[in-house]
Design a protein around this ligand. Structure first.
Ligand SMILES: *Cc1c(COP(=O)(O)O)cnc(C)c1O
Length: 412
């Protein structure tokens, strides 16, 4: 059945922008359902990368020759595009990083080390990715801060009442994921931010999963920091964004020392550059930063609400179809979800599931999804996860269901 929303995008035409999808794996047409790990790149993004290397590869900011100026202009145009994408107030609030992990570490190592002290409390949630757990544990170890964790219910939703109980004047920092990569849960981040601000805490939101599915507005959210990775929004790997409010970023000490982040260096004293360059030491991923603008334009061209509607249709369809399999339990049944569906099969290890699906050309992710504490919360070692992007189809969901029947036939 074709839904009304599905018909607003021509998925077969969109698939032609992703040549990687047009291949056979183990003798079957590839079904790529590992989009929450990284999604595929459309031709315009790939062409933006090759255009840079073929036409104007040069180091940025420091050169006065033609190619350097061209590269610098494209690099800074990307910053403006990201500013618009997040609706940040100032372009100086957009820091290019190597990804979400890098952005969180930057904040923990600069803001955290400078402004947090012994006994201060940091709140995260049970559904955090390891990259939003470990940097805070490292900071707590060094500074004697205390880590508190918001629990989740059986549906995979945060217990906001419990969060309120954790908040006090001791709370100095809250770091929470916008959308769970393991469960698909969309968290009420505006509420989380407002309640943290009410006790004077600063808030970071991990937007790695949210960025390709939801409309983002850091000013409306009033987020102090927002981090994301380009490779999860149809852009290149190894490139990400840290948004931070200007006054907070200004007060923070620099992260890495080196070229570009300085104003003047003498052996007696070094003065640091202005935002955003203070946090961008060394030669960045120039090509990848430039290509992010193309990725954002690609998404805007399709319409983010159209993408979300299509993925939502796939989620509803997959949830219905998978629910009919005997012995299949969906982990994560929140009311508000993106197109991520995690499940366990009775009596079958997720790794066997993944291998047998791969033999049928179906790519899913299996394991703990870098969220081991969340798996412990549900009393499981891991899940099989199918996650959707704009180029996926209902027919591919049918292939997954058939594939799982085969898994059960082979393993039970
Ligand atoms: C992928 C992901 C990260 C880590 O992103 P990197 O690109 O690997 O740095 C963090 N949080 C969430 C929710 C993610 O999905």
């Amino acid at each position: 059945m074709q839904s009304a929303l599905e018909s607003t995008l021509d998925i077969q035409k969109i698939r032609q922008d992703f040549p990687i999808l047009d291949q056979e794996v183990n003798g079957r047409p590839l079904v790529y359902f590992d989009n929450a790990a990284t999604n595929q790149k459309p031709l315009p993004v790939i062409h933006a990368l090759t255009r840079y290397y073929e036409g104007y590869n040069a180091n940025i900011h420091r050169g006065i020759h033609h190619l350097a100026e061209q590269a610098t202009a494209a690099f800074e145009a990307s910053r403006r595009a990201v500013q618009a994408f997040l609706n940040a107030k100032h372009w100086q609030e957009i820091i290019f990083t190597y990804g979400t992990t890098d952005g969180i570490n930057l904040v923990a190592q600069t803001y955290g080390r400078r402004f947090l002290k012994e006994g201060d409390e940091i709140i995260i949630s049970t559904m955090e990715h390891h990259s939003n757990i470990v940097p805070w544990q490292m900071l707590c170890e060094e500074k004697g801060c205390v880590l508190k964790v918001i629990p989740v219910d059986d549906n995979g939703e945060l217990l906001i009442d419990e969060y309120e109980k954790l908040l006090s004047e001791k709370t100095k920092f809250v770091s929470c994921v916008h959308v769970s990569n393991s469960l698909g849960t969309i968290n009420p981040v505006k509420t989380i931010i407002d309640k943290a601000h009410a006790v004077g805490a600063v808030v970071l939101i991990d937007g790695a999963q949210a960025s390709s599915h939801l409309e983002l507005d850091v000013q409306a959210l009033d987020a102090d920091f927002y981090v994301l990775s380009a490779h999860k929004l149809y852009g290149p790997t190894g490139m990400g964004v840290l948004y931070g409010k200007k006054d907070i970023l200004d007060a923070m000490p620099p992260y890495r020392g080196g070229g570009e982040m300085i104003k003047e260096v003498t052996f007696a004293k070094t003065t640091y550059n202005d935002l955003p360059y203070k946090f961008e030491a060394g030669t960045p991923n120039i090509a990848d930063v430039i290509a992010v603008k193309t990725a954002l334009e690609y998404m805007a061209g399709l319409g983010k609400e159209n993408i979300a509607a299509h993925e939502n249709d796939l989620l509803q369809y997959a949830t219905e179809q998978l629910s009919e399999l005997n012995g299949l339990r969906i982990i994560g049944q929140a009311k508000h979800k993106i197109g991520v569906i995690s499940f366990v099969l009775d009596g079958i290890h997720h790794q066997d599931t993944g291998v047998i699906l791969d033999q049928q050309g179906i790519a899913v992710r299996t394991g703990h999804h870098c969220t081991q504490p969340l798996m412990q919360r549900f009393g499981i070692a891991g899940t099989t996860r199918a996650s959707f992007a704009v180029y996926n189809t209902r027919e591919e969901v049918d292939r997954l269901v058939q594939g799982l029947h085969r898994v059960q036939k082979m393993m039970l």
